[in-house]
Ligand binder design. Structure first.
Ligand SMILES: *Cc1c(COP(=O)(O)O)cnc(C)c1O
Length: 290
Protein backbone atom coordinates (compact mmCIF):
# COMPACT_ATOMS: atom_id res chain seq x y z
CA UNK A 1 0.00 0.00 0.00
CA UNK A 2 1.26 3.50 -0.72
CA UNK A 3 1.39 5.92 2.16
CA UNK A 4 -2.13 7.33 2.70
CA UNK A 5 -1.23 11.01 2.25
CA UNK A 6 -2.88 12.13 -1.01
CA UNK A 7 -3.44 15.49 -2.70
CA UNK A 8 -6.51 15.29 -4.93
CA UNK A 9 -6.89 17.87 -7.69
CA UNK A 10 -10.40 18.66 -8.85
CA UNK A 11 -10.23 19.63 -12.52
CA UNK A 12 -13.85 20.77 -12.49
CA UNK A 13 -12.96 23.27 -9.73
CA UNK A 14 -10.18 24.66 -11.94
CA UNK A 15 -12.73 25.04 -14.75
CA UNK A 16 -15.24 26.64 -12.41
CA UNK A 17 -12.72 29.17 -11.07
CA UNK A 18 -11.67 30.07 -14.60
CA UNK A 19 -15.33 30.85 -15.38
CA UNK A 20 -15.44 33.14 -12.32
CA UNK A 21 -12.31 34.91 -13.57
CA UNK A 22 -13.91 35.29 -16.99
CA UNK A 23 -17.14 36.66 -15.57
CA UNK A 24 -15.17 39.44 -13.84
CA UNK A 25 -12.87 40.10 -16.77
CA UNK A 26 -15.72 41.44 -18.92
CA UNK A 27 -14.34 41.50 -22.47
CA UNK A 28 -10.71 40.98 -21.53
CA UNK A 29 -8.94 37.81 -22.63
CA UNK A 30 -7.44 35.53 -20.02
CA UNK A 31 -3.91 34.33 -19.44
CA UNK A 32 -4.36 31.51 -16.92
CA UNK A 33 -1.18 31.54 -14.83
CA UNK A 34 0.35 28.07 -14.42
CA UNK A 35 3.78 28.98 -13.06
CA UNK A 36 5.46 26.91 -10.35
CA UNK A 37 3.88 23.69 -11.58
CA UNK A 38 0.44 25.32 -11.68
CA UNK A 39 0.87 26.61 -8.11
CA UNK A 40 1.68 23.06 -7.08
CA UNK A 41 -1.32 21.44 -8.79
CA UNK A 42 0.58 19.92 -11.71
CA UNK A 43 1.26 21.55 -15.07
CA UNK A 44 -0.70 19.04 -17.09
CA UNK A 45 -3.73 19.27 -14.81
CA UNK A 46 -3.56 23.04 -15.07
CA UNK A 47 -3.49 22.76 -18.84
CA UNK A 48 -6.58 20.54 -18.80
CA UNK A 49 -8.42 22.68 -16.26
CA UNK A 50 -7.75 25.87 -18.19
CA UNK A 51 -8.44 24.58 -21.69
CA UNK A 52 -10.93 27.44 -22.15
CA UNK A 53 -8.39 30.17 -21.34
CA UNK A 54 -7.06 32.32 -24.17
CA UNK A 55 -3.48 31.50 -23.22
CA UNK A 56 -1.28 30.06 -20.48
CA UNK A 57 1.32 32.16 -18.65
CA UNK A 58 4.25 30.90 -16.61
CA UNK A 59 7.86 31.66 -15.77
CA UNK A 60 9.80 28.51 -16.64
CA UNK A 61 10.91 28.23 -20.30
CA UNK A 62 11.30 24.46 -20.02
CA UNK A 63 7.71 24.11 -18.82
CA UNK A 64 6.50 26.33 -21.64
CA UNK A 65 8.14 23.91 -24.08
CA UNK A 66 6.54 21.04 -22.18
CA UNK A 67 3.09 22.62 -22.70
CA UNK A 68 3.71 22.57 -26.46
CA UNK A 69 4.76 18.92 -26.25
CA UNK A 70 1.56 18.20 -24.33
CA UNK A 71 -0.41 19.69 -27.20
CA UNK A 72 -1.30 23.22 -26.04
CA UNK A 73 -1.88 25.19 -29.26
CA UNK A 74 -2.99 28.59 -27.99
CA UNK A 75 -0.60 31.37 -26.89
CA UNK A 76 1.96 30.86 -24.12
CA UNK A 77 3.57 33.77 -22.26
CA UNK A 78 6.74 33.85 -20.16
CA UNK A 79 6.02 36.42 -17.45
CA UNK A 80 9.66 37.04 -16.53
CA UNK A 81 10.86 36.83 -20.11
CA UNK A 82 14.02 35.04 -21.12
CA UNK A 83 17.00 34.42 -18.85
CA UNK A 84 19.69 34.21 -21.52
CA UNK A 85 20.15 35.19 -25.16
CA UNK A 86 20.24 31.52 -26.06
CA UNK A 87 16.57 31.23 -24.99
CA UNK A 88 15.48 33.22 -28.04
CA UNK A 89 15.82 30.23 -30.29
CA UNK A 90 13.38 28.37 -28.03
CA UNK A 91 10.97 31.31 -28.22
CA UNK A 92 10.81 30.92 -31.99
CA UNK A 93 10.69 27.15 -32.04
CA UNK A 94 7.95 26.82 -29.43
CA UNK A 95 6.11 30.02 -30.47
CA UNK A 96 6.40 31.62 -27.04
CA UNK A 97 5.53 35.21 -26.16
CA UNK A 98 7.65 36.75 -23.44
CA UNK A 99 7.97 39.74 -21.18
CA UNK A 100 10.75 42.27 -21.72
CA UNK A 101 11.52 43.98 -18.44
CA UNK A 102 15.16 45.12 -18.64
CA UNK A 103 17.65 46.54 -21.08
CA UNK A 104 19.69 43.33 -21.32
CA UNK A 105 16.71 41.54 -22.82
CA UNK A 106 16.35 44.26 -25.45
CA UNK A 107 20.03 43.94 -26.34
CA UNK A 108 19.74 40.14 -26.64
CA UNK A 109 16.88 40.67 -29.11
CA UNK A 110 18.91 43.14 -31.15
CA UNK A 111 21.97 40.92 -31.33
CA UNK A 112 20.24 37.60 -31.89
CA UNK A 113 20.37 37.55 -35.68
CA UNK A 114 17.05 35.67 -35.59
CA UNK A 115 14.19 37.01 -37.65
CA UNK A 116 11.48 36.21 -35.11
CA UNK A 117 8.80 37.42 -35.17
CA UNK A 118 8.96 37.85 -31.40
CA UNK A 119 5.72 38.86 -29.68
CA UNK A 120 6.79 40.67 -26.54
CA UNK A 121 5.14 42.15 -23.46
CA UNK A 122 6.94 45.31 -22.46
CA UNK A 123 6.76 45.55 -18.70
CA UNK A 124 6.55 48.79 -16.81
CA UNK A 125 7.60 49.21 -13.20
CA UNK A 126 4.70 51.46 -12.28
CA UNK A 127 5.71 51.59 -8.61
CA UNK A 128 5.85 48.02 -7.31
CA UNK A 129 9.61 48.07 -7.83
CA UNK A 130 10.06 44.50 -8.86
CA UNK A 131 10.44 43.99 -12.62
CA UNK A 132 10.10 46.52 -15.43
CA UNK A 133 11.13 49.84 -16.90
CA UNK A 134 10.30 52.99 -14.95
CA UNK A 135 7.57 55.10 -16.58
CA UNK A 136 10.08 57.69 -17.78
CA UNK A 137 12.21 55.01 -19.47
CA UNK A 138 9.29 53.11 -20.94
CA UNK A 139 8.87 55.08 -24.14
CA UNK A 140 12.53 54.72 -25.11
CA UNK A 141 12.36 50.96 -24.49
CA UNK A 142 9.22 50.77 -26.61
CA UNK A 143 10.86 52.66 -29.47
CA UNK A 144 13.93 50.49 -29.39
CA UNK A 145 11.79 47.36 -29.66
CA UNK A 146 9.66 48.89 -32.41
CA UNK A 147 12.81 49.68 -34.39
CA UNK A 148 13.80 46.00 -34.29
CA UNK A 149 12.34 44.25 -37.35
CA UNK A 150 12.37 40.91 -35.50
CA UNK A 151 9.83 42.21 -32.98
CA UNK A 152 6.18 41.59 -33.82
CA UNK A 153 3.37 42.43 -31.42
CA UNK A 154 4.19 44.57 -28.36
CA UNK A 155 1.76 44.32 -25.44
CA UNK A 156 1.84 47.00 -22.72
CA UNK A 157 2.18 45.30 -19.36
CA UNK A 158 2.38 46.16 -15.68
CA UNK A 159 1.62 44.51 -12.33
CA UNK A 160 -0.23 45.98 -9.34
CA UNK A 161 1.03 45.75 -5.77
CA UNK A 162 -2.22 46.47 -3.91
CA UNK A 163 -5.23 45.51 -5.98
CA UNK A 164 -6.57 43.74 -2.87
CA UNK A 165 -5.93 46.82 -0.68
CA UNK A 166 -6.33 49.82 -2.99
CA UNK A 167 -5.79 52.52 -0.36
CA UNK A 168 -2.55 51.03 0.97
CA UNK A 169 -0.44 54.11 1.70
CA UNK A 170 2.71 52.31 0.54
CA UNK A 171 1.43 52.52 -3.03
CA UNK A 172 -2.26 53.33 -3.65
CA UNK A 173 -3.72 51.44 -6.59
CA UNK A 174 -4.86 54.63 -8.30
CA UNK A 175 -1.38 56.08 -8.17
CA UNK A 176 0.04 53.00 -9.85
CA UNK A 177 -2.71 53.02 -12.48
CA UNK A 178 -1.95 56.69 -13.22
CA UNK A 179 1.76 56.02 -13.56
CA UNK A 180 0.96 53.31 -16.07
CA UNK A 181 -1.42 55.54 -18.05
CA UNK A 182 1.15 58.32 -18.21
CA UNK A 183 3.93 55.98 -19.24
CA UNK A 184 1.93 54.51 -22.14
CA UNK A 185 0.22 57.74 -23.25
CA UNK A 186 -0.31 57.71 -27.00
CA UNK A 187 0.46 54.00 -27.45
CA UNK A 188 -2.45 52.03 -28.84
CA UNK A 189 -1.25 48.46 -28.29
CA UNK A 190 -3.13 45.97 -26.15
CA UNK A 191 -2.74 46.22 -22.38
CA UNK A 192 -2.17 43.49 -19.82
CA UNK A 193 -2.48 44.64 -16.23
CA UNK A 194 -4.58 42.52 -13.91
CA UNK A 195 -3.62 39.72 -11.50
CA UNK A 196 -6.35 37.81 -9.57
CA UNK A 197 -7.06 40.63 -7.14
CA UNK A 198 -7.40 43.24 -9.88
CA UNK A 199 -9.55 40.90 -11.96
CA UNK A 200 -11.95 40.21 -9.08
CA UNK A 201 -12.16 43.68 -7.59
CA UNK A 202 -11.21 46.29 -10.18
CA UNK A 203 -13.04 45.95 -13.48
CA UNK A 204 -12.51 49.71 -13.92
CA UNK A 205 -8.82 49.10 -14.70
CA UNK A 206 -8.78 49.03 -18.47
CA UNK A 207 -7.13 45.87 -19.75
CA UNK A 208 -7.29 43.73 -22.86
CA UNK A 209 -5.74 40.79 -21.05
CA UNK A 210 -5.96 39.73 -17.40
CA UNK A 211 -3.56 37.34 -15.70
CA UNK A 212 -5.31 35.51 -12.87
CA UNK A 213 -3.25 33.03 -10.90
CA UNK A 214 -4.05 32.16 -7.32
CA UNK A 215 -7.83 32.57 -7.68
CA UNK A 216 -7.91 29.84 -10.32
CA UNK A 217 -6.81 27.36 -7.69
CA UNK A 218 -9.57 28.41 -5.31
CA UNK A 219 -7.63 30.64 -2.92
CA UNK A 220 -8.59 34.24 -2.30
CA UNK A 221 -6.17 36.95 -3.37
CA UNK A 222 -7.47 39.02 -0.43
CA UNK A 223 -10.30 41.51 -0.03
CA UNK A 224 -12.90 38.84 0.78
CA UNK A 225 -12.98 35.09 1.34
CA UNK A 226 -12.67 32.58 -1.46
CA UNK A 227 -16.23 31.50 -0.69
CA UNK A 228 -17.54 35.05 -1.03
CA UNK A 229 -15.94 35.25 -4.46
CA UNK A 230 -17.59 31.93 -5.37
CA UNK A 231 -14.25 30.15 -5.78
CA UNK A 232 -13.89 26.42 -5.20
CA UNK A 233 -10.75 24.83 -3.73
CA UNK A 234 -9.00 22.78 -6.38
CA UNK A 235 -6.80 20.76 -4.03
CA UNK A 236 -7.83 18.55 -1.12
CA UNK A 237 -5.18 17.01 1.08
CA UNK A 238 -6.28 13.80 2.79
CA UNK A 239 -4.52 11.25 4.94
CA UNK A 240 -5.25 8.67 7.61
CA UNK A 241 -4.83 8.44 11.34
CA UNK A 242 -2.03 5.89 11.63
CA UNK A 243 -1.44 5.94 15.38
CA UNK A 244 -3.32 6.63 18.61
CA UNK A 245 -1.82 7.82 21.89
CA UNK A 246 -3.54 8.15 25.27
CA UNK A 247 -1.86 10.88 27.28
CA UNK A 248 -2.35 12.40 30.73
CA UNK A 249 -2.83 16.00 31.84
CA UNK A 250 0.43 17.97 31.55
CA UNK A 251 1.99 15.71 28.91
CA UNK A 252 3.23 17.39 25.75
CA UNK A 253 3.12 16.35 22.09
CA UNK A 254 5.69 16.61 19.34
CA UNK A 255 8.67 18.83 18.45
CA UNK A 256 9.16 21.70 20.84
CA UNK A 257 6.44 20.23 23.08
CA UNK A 258 4.28 23.01 21.77
CA UNK A 259 0.97 21.45 22.78
CA UNK A 260 0.40 20.48 26.41
CA UNK A 261 -2.71 18.50 27.35
CA UNK A 262 -4.90 20.25 29.91
CA UNK A 263 -6.66 16.97 30.72
CA UNK A 264 -6.25 13.31 29.81
CA UNK A 265 -6.92 12.87 26.12
CA UNK A 266 -6.84 10.52 23.16
CA UNK A 267 -4.62 11.73 20.33
CA UNK A 268 -4.93 10.66 16.70
CA UNK A 269 -1.67 10.91 14.74
CA UNK A 270 -2.07 11.70 11.05
CA UNK A 271 0.48 10.68 8.40
CA UNK A 272 1.59 14.14 7.26
CA UNK A 273 4.53 16.33 8.22
CA UNK A 274 6.49 19.30 7.12
CA UNK A 275 8.67 17.17 4.86
CA UNK A 276 5.45 16.67 2.90
CA UNK A 277 4.92 20.39 2.59
CA UNK A 278 2.59 20.78 5.57
CA UNK A 279 3.47 24.28 6.85
CA UNK A 280 5.82 23.97 9.80
CA UNK A 281 4.55 27.28 11.11
CA UNK A 282 0.91 26.13 11.22
CA UNK A 283 -0.09 26.86 14.83
CA UNK A 284 -1.64 24.53 17.36
CA UNK A 285 -5.34 24.42 16.65
CA UNK A 286 -5.00 24.52 12.86
CA UNK A 287 -8.26 22.88 11.79
CA UNK A 288 -8.54 19.52 10.11
CA UNK A 289 -11.71 17.71 9.11
CA UNK A 290 -12.02 14.22 10.60
C1 LIG B 1 2.13 35.38 -10.72
C2 LIG B 1 1.74 36.47 -11.63
C3 LIG B 1 0.38 36.77 -11.87
C4 LIG B 1 -0.73 36.06 -11.14
O1 LIG B 1 -0.82 36.61 -9.85
P1 LIG B 1 -1.87 36.10 -8.76
O2 LIG B 1 -1.69 37.08 -7.64
O3 LIG B 1 -1.48 34.71 -8.38
O4 LIG B 1 -3.21 36.19 -9.39
C5 LIG B 1 0.08 37.76 -12.78
N1 LIG B 1 1.06 38.44 -13.42
C6 LIG B 1 2.37 38.20 -13.21
C7 LIG B 1 3.39 38.99 -13.92
C8 LIG B 1 2.75 37.21 -12.31
O5 LIG B 1 4.05 36.95 -12.10
Amino acid sequence: MPRPLVATIDISALQHNLRIAKSHALDAKIWAVVKANAYGHGLERGMRGFAEADGLALIEPENAVRLRELGWQKPILLLEGIFDAADLETMVRARLEFAVHCIEQIVWLERSGLSGPFDVHLKMNSGMNRLGFKPEAYRAAYQRLRANPAVGKITLMTHFANADDPLNPGLPLQQQAQQFEQGIAGLSEERSVANSAADLMHPELKSDWVRPGIMLYGATPGGASAEQFGLKPAMTLTSKIIGIQRIGAGEAIGYGSRFVAAAPMVVGVVACGYADGYPRRAPNGTPVLV
